[in-house]
Structures are given as structure tokens and as C-alpha cells.
Design a protein around this ligand. Structure first.
Ligand SMILES: NC(=O)c1ccc[n+]([C@@H]2O[C@H](COP(=O)([O-])OP(=O)(O)OC[C@H]3O[C@@H](n4cnc5c(N)ncnc54)[C@H](O)[C@@H]3O)[C@@H](O)[C@H]2O)c1
Length: 262
């Protein structure tokens, strides 16, 4: 097991990538605290406990520093200092062109996806510095590298996470802390699997692997980055996308993609 005796905290763990990753970390031996705005996060904590690990949950909005301080404090009281932080909570609040994107939608995406990670890092990094050991993993997106049509707030927030990741590394690598970013492509969460079949097929056609990623595949990368084996990987941007990021030049033409398949 990679993470025996470690304490992890994952935000946005009520479902999707966050929930699957919480269970992967627990299988690798970690005690896991889980947080979300959705009460279903309690079920994730129950499933972690069923794997024989200690678990705790808290309901809080990552965008609100006061709620973060209180919620993290409660998890710390139950599990001990957080040694591994996974900033996974994220939203897309609006699909609209820049000209139609509201200030409210922009602010919400920045405050959850970007400021949320800042709030969590501020809350947990003190004890990591004291222990001279810590792991911070920020879940960014392929959108950070390539932009995303009609999702300017989302793409900008996920790109902002990359600057945050590198700055934490510059300031805290000497404290035994690593901070890395994962850039998932299309991951087959419950929500993604609810897309109409035609849209899903079109999406898969853009991915060299011709399939979506599994939520557990994100969890496995998180577990490795959180382990001692990854101590020298720091400030990295790691794509987890079946090669999708290499294929952007073909996005404009479905005909080309069909031809490539032949
Ligand atoms: N699924 C994909 O294809 C994909 C691709 C690239 C990046 N990502 C990123 O991975 C992360 C997880 O995505 P997912 O697909 O599992 O999404 P999801 O919507 O299934 O899960 C996100 C979780 O975050 C929680 N959350 C939202 N706002 C919150 C807040 N303010 N405070 C606390 N919790 C909050 C939600 O309640 C939800 O449980 C997100 O950051 C997302 O941007 C996902």
C-alpha cells in the first residue's frame, strides 16, 4: 500500500472523481476526510470506513474561508493533521460565450475553482511545514492548457490553478511539500455518462484512446503523487486524457477524425 498511516482530505467528494479518489486513497491505506456542499458526502465517508480506514466528513463551501476553517478544523479534530490535500471541488456554472457570460457566473467559477483551492491550502499547510512533509494535488483540467469554447470562467479558473501550483512548489519544496496539478480530459463520471449517446460518441472520437477516462484512473494518479515514491515530482502539470490534448488540431473536422479511424 502506498499511503499507510497518512491522513488525506478531498474536497468535492460526494460523487464523481472526488468520491472515487477517496476510495482509492483508502484502499492504499490512508485515513480520508471528505468535504462537499452535498450531504451525500456522508455516504462517501461511510464507504471509506467500510474499507477499514478512519473517515470524517464535513459540509462546507470551499469558496468561503470561514466555512473552510471550521470544516477543516472538525476533520482535523477527528483524523489529525491533514498530510495530503486534494483540491477537487469544481463547477461549471454557465455555458456561454464571453459576450453572454455574466459577472456572477464568472465570479462563482473563480471563487470555487480557484479561490477554493487557495482557501484550503492556507488552512492545511502550516502543519505540513512543521512536519516537513506534505502533498497538495490540484485538479485542474485540459481546459487550462487549451481554453474551452463557451467556458471562459472555468478555463481561466483552471489555468489559475497552474500558477498557484507552481508558486506553492517554489515557496515550499524546501519544506518537503510537493504541489502538482492533474489536467484530466474527459472522465466518465455519472454526469458525463448521462450525456446523450450521440454527444458522447462525438467526444470519444476526439480522444486518441477512443474512450473516456475512468474516475479511478484519476484516483490512482492522485495516490501515486501523494506517496513517498513521488517526492521529486513537484510543480508538474500532468495530463490524464488518453492523448486528447495532442489531438486538438483535428477538433474542427469530424471528417478528418473518421478518416484517421480507417
Ligand atoms: N469529469 C471530467 O471530465 C473532468 C475533466 C476535467 C476536470 N474535471 C475536474 O475534476 C473535478 C471533479 O469533477 P467531476 O466531474 O467529478 O464533477 P462533479 O460535479 O461530479 O463533482 C464535483 C463535486 O464538487 C462539489 N462542489 C461543487 N461546488 C462546491 C463548493 N463550493 N464547495 C464544496 N464542494 C463543491 C459538488 O457538489 C460535487 O460533489 C472538478 O474540479 C472538475 O472541474 C473533471
Amino acid at each position: 500500500m502506498l499511503l499507510e498511516g497518512k491522513v488525506a482530505l478531498i474536497t468535492g467528494a460526494a460523487r464523481g472523481i472526488g468520491k472515487a479518489s477517496a476510495l482509492v486513497l483508502a484502499r492504499e491505506g490512508a485515513d480520508v476526510g471528505v468535504a462537499d456542499v452535498l450531504p451525500e458526502v456522508e455516504e462517501t465517508a461511510r464507504e471509506v470506513a467500510a474499507l477499514g480506514r478512519s473517515s470524517a466528513f464535513a459540509l462546507f463551501d470551499v469558496a468561503d474561508p470561514a466555512q473552510v476553517a471550521e470544516g477543516v478544523g472538525r476533520i482535523r479534530d477527528e483524523l489529525g493533521d491533514i498530510q495530503i490535500l486534494v483540491n477537487n471541488a469544481g463547477v461549471v456554472t454557465n455555458i456561454a460565450r464571453l459576450t453572454k457570460m455574466t459577472h456572477e457566473a464568472w465570479q462563482r467559477e473563480i471563487s470555487i475553482n480557484l479561490s477554493g483551492a487557495f482557501n484550503l491550502i492556507k488552512e492545511v499547510i502550516g502543519p505540513m511545514i512543521d512536519r516537513k512533509w506534505g502533498r497538495i494535488i490540484n485538479i485542474s483540467s485540459g481546459a487550462a492548457a487549451g481554453g474551452l469554447h463557451k467556458q471562459i470562467g472555468y478555463a481561466a479558473s483552471k489555468a489559475g490553478l497552474l500558477g498557484m501550483t507552481k508558486t506553492v512548489t517554489l515557496e515550499h519544496a524546501r519544506d518537503g511539500i510537493t504541489c502538482n496539478a492533474i489536467l484530466p480530459g474527459l472522465i466518465g463520471t455519472e454526469l458525463a455518462n448521462m450525456m446523450p449517446e450521440e454527444i458522447r460518441d462525438r467526444a470519444k472520437a476526439m480522444i486518441p484512446a477512443r474512450r473516456m477516462g475512468e474516475t479511478e484512473e484519476v484516483g490512482h494518479l492522485i495516490a501515486f503523487l501523494a506517496s513517498d515514491k513521488a517526492a521529486y515530482i513537484n510543480g508538474a502539470e500532468i495530463r490524464l486524457d488518453g492523448g486528447m490534448g495532442l489531438n486538438l488540431g483535428t477538433l474542427g473536422s469530424r471528417k478528418e477524425i473518421k478518416e484517421m479511424d480507417q
